[in-house]
Structures are given as structure tokens and as C-alpha cells.
Ligand binder design. Sequence first.
Ligand code: NI
Length: 189
Amino acid sequence: MALLQVAKLGNPILRQKAALVDLDSLKSQGNIIQSLIDDMIETMHEEDGVGLAAPQVFQSLRLVVIECSPNERYSEAPNLPLTILINPSITYYEQDIVSSWEGCLSLKDLRGLVPRSRRIIVEYFDRKGVPVTVNAEGFLAVVLQHEIDHLDGKVFLDRMTDLSQLSYVNEFEKYIADKKSLESESESA
Ligand code: NI
């Protein structure tokens, strides 16, 4: 396994529409996609992210890893089991919109208040190529919408409707974090 470099905002790869992963290639031995998945998981852990999309590590492919568990830094962090999503697509968006604070490993020092659908349905393939449907709400719905946006060349700034709600992380923690509710826990993805 290897740690990967994370692309920062301004790098054109973050603005490209990523290509579908060839599902047949998941099964071949010593496969490059399987090692990419392992490296992305390791990189996400190292960077303290709750999600990582392949374009963020310079691979323009429709592949996302997510995981979150309460830890020393974020004792209140929600629990999301490790999930690998290949060729994910959002097939349903609930009309109810909720706003929560997001961060991104590609925009590392920023936090922004981002409106998203409260509940979505996502169809994807796991790392064995098995199709999965997930009905996601709350924190999981936010993380999935954030990560799937990366596959279409979008970052959370593009989804913000009020740029006065954009902050550096230090200032966010000083002026905003203690005033917000638990539901709007901020994490980087
Ligand atoms: Ni991100």
C-alpha cells in the first residue's frame, strides 16, 4: 500500500468528469483498481478524511471510499462503516434540503455551509462488482453527495448559496463550531 498525493483546488483534474470503472477489471488478479482502492483507504486515514474520491488522488475514475468513526479529534463523529463505491449514481433526491458544514481534503483549510438533499438513494457496485442500493440520510447523505460531486468535477463551493458562510477552519472553530448543533458536525471529505 502507498500514501497518495491529494490534488488541491485549481488542479484541472478536480474539474473533469471522471470515467466509469470497467467492472470486469475488478476481478483480474493483481488488479490496478484494487490496489488503488487500498491506497485510497490508507490515504483517507492518513489525512483524517471521512471520504475520498479518485479524482482527488489524480485518477479520473468513478470510485469513492468513505469511512468515519468517533476518534480522539472528533469524539462526536458519526459512525460510517468503510464503504467502497464504484460507479455510484444518485437515483433519487428528496426535496427537503438541509445545510451542514463541510470540509474537503482538496480545500483543506476551508469550511462552508452547504445545502444538500436530506435523503438520497445511491446505486453503486462494491469492490467485488456486486450491485448495491443504499437509502442514505443525515451525515451519510451529505458525505455521499459531496463525494459523488467530485466525480462530476464539482467541489462543495459550487453548491454553496451563501458565500458569507465560508470560513477558514481556525476561524470556524473559534467563532462558529461551538454555536452549531451536533447534526452539523464538520468533517473533511
Ligand atoms: Ni472533498
